[in-house]
Design a protein around this ligand. Structure first.
Ligand SMILES: NC(=O)c1ccc[n+]([C@@H]2O[C@H](COP(=O)([O-])OP(=O)(O)OC[C@H]3O[C@@H](n4cnc5c(N)ncnc54)[C@H](O)[C@@H]3O)[C@@H](O)[C@H]2O)c1
Length: 399
């Protein structure tokens, strides 16, 4: 069994989550080198998490001879530089979301790894939560028929570090930070061969004194005719709300990942403990998460990434996926500015394409069945359409 040795770039929230995941349980993949700007932070992280080397020079961290994989958990404006250095070092590179601040930068990042021929994985954890994996499989196996609509919502009271709030460093506000998750979640339900075609988006800065948006809603039209809908906010109070819904011609799936998972605790605040990411309080009714690393998808995500590396295949989430997500977000910003539908502009579409959603017509006595419903008395009511005359009628038959 192979194991991997990792250079981790960043000692912030995601560097911590990623390292805890890699070192979790009896995992064989280890962080060997940690990079931070200050020696003090690097040393503290190394000591707390059992990392042998603590380094303050990013290039040296990436080129460290003891590692084969670079995991990037740095602010968005540093992604391109870090990917370039990792590709030059010929190492596998795993990059957190969003791939970049915009599609232009994302395209350059994609080109860099493809030209270098190094393994590259896009660390979009929320499509790897145990619930998401099961729900995506259910959709792929046809359990809900053809998807017609998907909704993904991520809202919380706002990010935990200064750089997120500066649109120059982050690339935008809540759309870039949270919308990227929602878009990829919807793409997984719609099928990645289903091209996102155009976008209608509203965004505004309602509460925080910043230039970037702190709230946004978007509709994304897919090639099949299906619609995606995301809602993101940096002003939602009460913790982190992560919910997805997908509807199809044969079924519906609702998922609640964080605030209502069936685990509810009341405390006066005695013995105050960490509750969950973005929890606003540790007193009163609380909604903790059982195994946060797993329930946020980090465990299955790294398993897929390292398995893909060992098996010589692409991971389920690639840099191309990250590029498509950035292109959709660019269209969101263009639509919000113009108040019109904006096309999703892709330099290259790698999907196979999908047909328009349609179902075979079912007939009853020569008329098209629009809908059937069991009545309280057990009989079956049908709504029919006469194709010749265009008339609609009700017919009730014994069920
Ligand atoms: N669910 C997720 O996948 C998820 C969650 C959180 C963050 N992220 C992503 O991870 C990345 C980092 O976010 P975070 O929450 O860990 O941020 P953070 O602020 O908690 O940590 C950022 C790290 O980068 C370092 N850093 C900041 N500016 C730097 C600079 N100019 N040069 C070198 N190092 C610098 C900080 O010291 C810190 O170690 C972002 O791209 C973010 O979008 C992903």
């Amino acid at each position: 069994m192979k194991s991997h040795k990792v250079t981790m770039l960043g000692t912030g929230l995601i560097g911590l989550f990623y390292t805890l995941t890699l070192h979790g349980q009896r995992n064989r993949d280890r962080v060997e080198v940690i990079y931070s700007r200050t020696q003090e932070r690097a040393d503290k992280f190394a000591q707390d998490l059992g990392v042998p080397h603590a380094v303050t020079d990013m290039k040296a961290a990436i080129e460290h001879p003891d590692t084969d994989t670079v995991v990037i958990g740095l602010p968005n404006h540093l992604h391109e530089e870090a990917v370039k250095l990792a590709a030059e070092a010929g190492k596998a590179v795993l990059l957190t979301k969003p791939l970049a601040r915009n599609a232009e930068e994302a395209w350059r990042i994609l080109q860099t790894v493809e030209k270098a021929g190094v393994f590259a994985g896009y660390l979009e954890d929320l499509v790897y939560t145990p619930k998401a994996i099961k729900a995506i499989k259910a959709v792929q196996s046809g359990q809900i028929g053809t998807p017609t609509w998907a909704r993904s919502r991520e809202t919380h009271p706002g990010p935990h570090s200064a750089w997120f709030w500066d649109a120059n460093q982050a690339g935008g506000g809540a759309i870039i930070d949270l919308g990227c998750h929602c878009i990829e979640i919807m793409r997984c339900y719609m099928g990645k061969d289903n091209r996102p075609v155009e976008v209608m988006c509203w965004k505004d800065t309602l509460v925080h004194p910043i230039e970037a948006e702190d709230n946004a809603i978007a509709l994304i039209k897919f090639e099949s005719g299906a619609i995606g809908q995301f809602e993101v906010s940096w002003t939602f109070r009460g913790g982190m709300d992560l919910r997805d819904e997908v509807a199809g011609t044969e079924g519906t799936i609702w998922l609640n990942h964080f605030l209502r998972t069936g685990f509810e605790v009341f405390t006066t605040g005695a013995g105050s403990e960490y509750v969950a990411e973005k929890a606003e309080t540790n007193a009163g009714w609380l909604f903790p998460v059982g195994d946060e690393l797993s329930e946020l998808g980090y465990v299955d995500m790294f398993t897929d990434m390292f398995n893909a590396m060992d098996e010589g295949r692409e991971p389920h989430e690639t840099f191309y996926d990250g590029y498509v997500v950035n292109a959709v977000m660019d269209a969101c910003y263009r639509s919000a500015a113009s108040k019109q539908w904006a096309p999703v502009e892709l330099k290259e579409w790698r999907g196979k394409g999908v047909p328009r959603i349609q179902r075979e017509e079912e007939l009853y006595e020569g008329k098209v069945i629009i809908k059937q419903e069991k009545m309280p008395d057990g009989r079956l009511k049908m709504i029919l359409k006469d194709k010749q005359t265009g008339d609609f009628s009700d017919v009730v038959v014994d069920g």
